[in-house]
Design a protein around this ligand. Sequence first.
Ligand SMILES: Cc1cc2nc3c(=O)[nH]c(=O)nc-3n(C[C@H](O)[C@H](O)[C@H](O)COP(=O)(O)OP(=O)(O)OC[C@H]3O[C@@H](n4cnc5c(N)ncnc54)[C@H](O)[C@@H]3O)c2cc1C
Length: 418
Amino acid sequence: MKEMTTDTLVIGGGAAGMAAAVECAERGCRTILVEREEYIGGVLNQCIHNGFGLHVFKEELTGPEYAQLFKSQIRQKGVETRSDLFVVKVDAKRREVVTMGKNGCAIYRPQALIMTTGARERPFNSLRIPGTRPAGIYTAGVAQRFVNLHNRLPGERAFVLGSGDIGLIMARRLTLEGMTVLGVAELMPHPGGLARNISQCLHDFNIPLYLSTSVVEVHGRERLEGITLAKFDPVTLQRLPGTDETIACDTLILSVGLLPQNELIESFVETDPVNRGVKVDSFMRTTHPWVFAAGNNVGVYDLVDFVTLDGKIAGQSAAKMVHDGFLPEKRVPLARTENISTLIPSLCCLEGNPFTIYFRSKKTMKKARISIGPGLFETIRMGIKPSEMVDIPFTVKHMEKLKQLGLSKIEVSLKEVL
Ligand SMILES: Cc1cc2nc3c(=O)[nH]c(=O)nc-3n(C[C@H](O)[C@H](O)[C@H](O)COP(=O)(O)OP(=O)(O)OC[C@H]3O[C@@H](n4cnc5c(N)ncnc54)[C@H](O)[C@@H]3O)c2cc1C
């Protein structure tokens, strides 16, 4: 079996992996980027809509344009890209990464590993919807791939379950390609996607959004023939009797959430029990010393810009570890309070650089008080929504105060101001 040593190995060539690889190579590390698909770029390659890059590039780009800017840097900085190569195993004890490709298996021995394997879509079977299992039911990402990369339409009359951004974008895309999109159903009383996507993808195309509504049965043997919708109580989320309605359609598109993808390392790194991502510190280092992580496998981000920024930190930190041999060890855990779901990072390095705390709220709040501490700092934010991540800069001044206070944990608290 072919064996290779390298300074840094990045698994996954999406936004996080590309940003991390560029930073490593820029700092003189031999960097290998492994991607299972034919091309690097990750999910950006199939997102042909615009809305990417407002923070990082200060302009609105499509996914492929955003990816191209990094692909050029990857080439310029001398990152060695290995695509069509699947990582099948990471052996933590031996520090080995095993890949499988057209030419068989190979073993890589990196000094630092950066995991940027993204997230996968929650599948239909996880929803436990009764009925038959006909053709015509797709996750939104798969439908997007069919349409945008393979020029194939999944059907004629579609209904979308879940109002996450991917579902909203696909409702518009399928309409533009000539399908009839009958509506989008969302179990929660609020939409899951960004406000701009509700407006630009649904309102602009007269596609109805049914809140507190879900699919309770699918019909059809070979091919989907229809679905039954029902209303749900917005507070208890219990199905409301007498509200069932059957709709004829041949396609059901699912946009019901993404799950961080960490099978390769979850046996030896800690994961967050709430968002199921890998726990990282403010250097984007996992709980295993030579393994770093960034992107949707850490937590599902709303904007690619944030993914890129954390990917860069992972790359810089991995390069620092390769050159200096260590990173600061003193770390203080971040703890969420009841209104918070995703929280990144999980640990703050006391001797570290400034970083950003990202979190998602569990509910919509017109005005909210965010307290970091106790006693570090407070800020007020308007218009908090579960679909949009909140980014809070943690500065050098905050770091100094943290040391003075000697806190054993940093509590991140979010409360509605009435
Ligand atoms: C449909 C959709 C629309 C979006 N719209 C917007 C938008 O308008 N604006 C915005 O800012 N953001 C948007 N986002 C969010 C943003 O695009 C993503 O958060 C970001 O691109 C994720 O990057 P990533 O690197 O974490 O993951 P990915 O792009 O998923 O990359 C992970 C990579 O890892 C590879 N991989 C996984 N396992 C292995 C393995 N074992 N071996 C080798 N390779 C492996 C995968 O093939 C993949 O290429 C959207 C996302 C989606 C899905």
